[in-house]
Design a protein around this ligand. Sequence first.
Ligand code: ZN
Length: 689
Amino acid sequence: MRKITLSFVVFVASLLLIACNNKKQEEKTESETNKNFTYEVDEFADIQILRYKVPGFESLTLQQKTQLYYLSMAAIEGRDILFDQNNKYNLAIRRTLEAIYLNYKGDKASNDYKEFEIYLKRVWFSNGIHHHYGEEKFLPGFSKNFFVEQVKNLPATEVPTKENQSVDEFITMISPVIFDPAIMSKKVNKSAKDKILASANNYYGDGVTQNEVIDFYNKMKNPNEQHPIPYGLNSRLVKENGKLVEKVWFENGLYSDAIKRIIFWLEKALSVTDVRDKKQQEVISKLIFFYKSGDLKNYDEYAIAWVNDNALTDFVNGFTEVYGDALGIKASWESIVNFKNLEATKRTEIISANAQWFENNSPIDKRFKKEEVKGVSAKVITVVQLGGDCYPATPIGINLPNADWIRKDYGSKSVTIENIMEAYDQAGLHTGFNDEFVWSEKEIGYLKDYGFITDVLHTDLHECLGHGSGKLLPGTDPNALGETSSEIEETRADLFGLYYLADPKLVELGVIPNAEAYKAEYYKFMMNGLMTQLVRIEPGKDIEEAHMVNRQLIAKWVLEKGKADNVVEFKIRDGKTFVVINDYEKLRSLFGQLLAEIQRIKSEGDFKAAKSLVENYGVKVDQKLHKEVLERYKNLNMKPYKGFVNPTFDITEDKDGKITDVKINYTEGYIDQMLRYSREFSTLPTYNE
Ligand code: ZN
């Protein structure tokens, strides 16, 4: 997975809260407009819409701000492309629904209208009629009669009919697509016999079969090619007169009108790019060149330039991820505009620079330590704008490019999006989750003050150091742990992070506020591992996913081993179960003991011990506790999916039209934003054939 997603609210809840260290400073510089900032924007169906902040934007240079603004405009221009990629009727449906919404004169309190509004919000959110996560078509809650009546009431010019099509013919064409559950029921169908025929996306023309696609692209491939071109990435494959042809997405091909607008803004961005920054100029130029040529060789050249560019401002813009195609050939259009979070990146760099100290002082047996260890430092970014397949639902991290040979020869960028994670955390404050599951005000206080910083720090330690620490004994088979290997590996990395979170060294390095902060993550980890992560498990099922197994393994093991000293316990209050930590220092030493044992298992390849730990601690679910947790969680009424509105930009220009100031504005709502995008950034024809 190249895209790191945070789809379930539980992940969100498990991140919890935030350290508000920067908050005061931020608020001072915020303009009056943004005084009433709230993270929560809207809620409907299974979705919550949030807003994210862009801390640090004010401190950028005017040139950087202007460039990010232009790149942000380029990020919105691809929205129609994604709608059309997801289904060939999506633009027709969106435009019809928007016309109804804007012309509606009936009773807004009626059930049909309320359901209509929910449906429209869902279509916007999913960039089409299929669920953004589950891929299945969602059905409207309003009646077909209501719909037909509304379409007929529209001014004829506002019904997006095909050429020479009457409104009645349009209704006959579009109604089953909206209302019939059997028609175009899944956007991507990976379990069907013919995955292409069964998928409702628009990557392949009518009647194109899976075998035809595979044959078509196999013929293009040269198995001995060292630098294989990602054939098919930027085109629709259709049948014309019985022959397969690619309709390429480029300036003079399919999606031309949108791509021209993207190029327009990219050229503006290029014009304000620092002239000394040859690398970044190259990135933008090469991307423009690719959009103009449509040649995937140019795409690879752009990707190489992109990976080599380490400027403060950065962006993704283009046909990138292939999850939307059942065969993983065609890429959906997406964009993320961002700049480096220097403060947070410093944190991962400090940690990585001290990798050897951490290795030397770890509680594992000397025989298993690496003589020479190198930390990995990941970049932390602040997002300014989300577009296409990253909007409104967005990843919390990205790892690109996707081409294996480019990754091998030139490396990749691994990126954490901290302001998005922060927004999830902040919104988590108001869900009632902590009040329901956290034992007392003391723990809630830890989480409020240090929950976010220790959570990201734990992830940093896990990723930058944990996985890379330790070594196998000579002669140990790297595959000795068999089916338990990923569980054991994740356990090891997590324990490494947990053990060091409480180390005075972190205070000394200045990456954690004080010697008590770690308690937030310890409490969160134990509560999650022993109880709250169970909300993601169906009743009666065991835990299977490796990270979840590892978390329960650790939590249950230390619970049991610390029993004699009452280190951690379950307490019941008003019939509800809570996790209580009585001795944080002893808890740390238990994490250290388990880390030593897990490292021994890994270094020696002790499969028997690995299997018994996983089976005895990691997999089995306490049925009674599970039932209780599920009931308590259900009462909280939390939305399982989240997405974001983008901030807008307040632009000041001089009399020659030169930008003299760019300010971020956080006031636009969900409906307003969607309608504005459809009004100002919608250039594609309704039917792109
Ligand atoms: Zn990991």
